[in-house]
Ligand binder design. Structure first.
Ligand SMILES: Nc1nc2c(c(=O)[nH]1)N[C@@H](CN(C=O)c1ccc(C(=O)N[C@@H](CCC(=O)O)C(=O)O)cc1)CN2
Length: 284
């Protein structure tokens, strides 16, 4: 394995995420004091996936701590697209709900895109609608997909130069790979998308100044895939809190690396809360 002979600096998300939540909490309180409106996030969980239920619970608990109200909708695994769309439309029309989160993934029989599009763009605090995608692609203001938006905040906090940098994104999911590439491109990085059918993946990754691993396979990216000094963002959230990057190997080669847990994950929920307060302020 190629090695820089040093251990990479950690890009810690936890503290930055806590600061974001504290600021969101202050704004939520101010809004409530001044107008009587408490920001409210509606979470929608379909089916009985344990990990998804845990993430939704984390979102609700952190909302509560930040003084953000939450509304919980849990639907059975056999829910149809039409039923889910009807539920999301109802929440979109409810004036007491400011943000809507549909937990991904949904059961296979559901058309996830149709469901996401049933969310009013003004309440799309998770950045999953085509409206939000267009804003991200054009570098316009708007709600960002939460993990990608959180990654950009981390890169900024650690002064990682994006302009002209070659960023290789591994994965093309609608909540992670696709939007993170769009945000990097809007920041003038040169972006290469790779995925499960990409040939010579390791060779492509070796050309990256910034690697974003969003593939959903534990320890998939190895140390000898990395250019010495690369910045490595591990957006994996595999079972047992294991990332997509083989951390011990990668940390010997990278200059900066996000740990799992404590890197990208906490940024996801903090941005969701921040954007819920944004939505409440705008919708007031
Ligand atoms: N609609 C969405 N669905 C999903 C998203 C999303 O952003 N929107 N992201 C992922 C999972 N996810 C949130 O839903 C998520 C995953 C992990 C974490 C996190 O903070 N992890 C911690 C460790 C977990 C722990 O403390 O127990 C960490 O990395 O430090 C937050 C959110 C899938 N679906």
């Amino acid at each position: 394995m190629t090695s820089t002979g040093t251990t990479a600096q950690l890009m810690i998300g936890t503290d930055l995420a806590a600061e974001m939540v504290a600021k969101a909490a202050e704004r939520a309180k101010k809004l409530q004091d001044e107008t009587g409106v408490q920001p409210c996030l509606a979470t929608v969980l379909v089916g009985d996936d344990l990990a998804s239920a845990t993430y939704v619970r984390m979102k609700q608990n952190r909302s509560k701590k930040a003084g953000i109200g939450s509304r919980s909708v849990v639907l059975p695994a056999e829910t149809t697209t039409e039923e889910l769309v009807a539920e999301l439309t109802k929440l979109s029309e409810d004036p007491e709900v400011h943000g809507i989160l549909l937990q991904h993934p949904v059961p296979a029989q559901i058309d996830e895109r149709a469901a996401f599009e049933a969310i009013d763009p003004a309440k799309d605090v998770d950045g999953v609608t085509m409206h939000a995608f267009a804003a991200m692609a054009f570098g316009e203001p708007g709600f960002r997909s939460c993990t990608p938006g959180g990654i950009l905040r981390l890169l900024e906090a650690y002064d990682v130069p994006l302009e002209g940098a070659h960023a290789v994104v591994i994965g093309r999911s609608p909540i992670l790979g696709k939007p993170v590439g769009m945000l990097l491109l809007a920041s003038n990085a040169t972006v290469t998308y790779t995925h499960s059918r990409t040939r010579d993946l390791a060779d492509i990754v070796r050309t990256a100044d910034i690697v974003v691993a969003a593939v959903g396979k534990a320890n998939f990216v190895r140390g000898d895939w990395l250019k010495p000094g690369a910045v490595v963002i591990d957006a994996g959230y595999n079972e047992g809190n294991v990332g997509d990057v083989h951390f011990e190997e990668a940390a010997q080669v990278a200059s900066l690396i996000t740990p799992v847990p404590g890197g990208v994950g906490p940024m996801t929920i903090s941005l969701l809360l921040e954007q819920t307060v944004d939505a409440a302020e705008r919708l007031r």
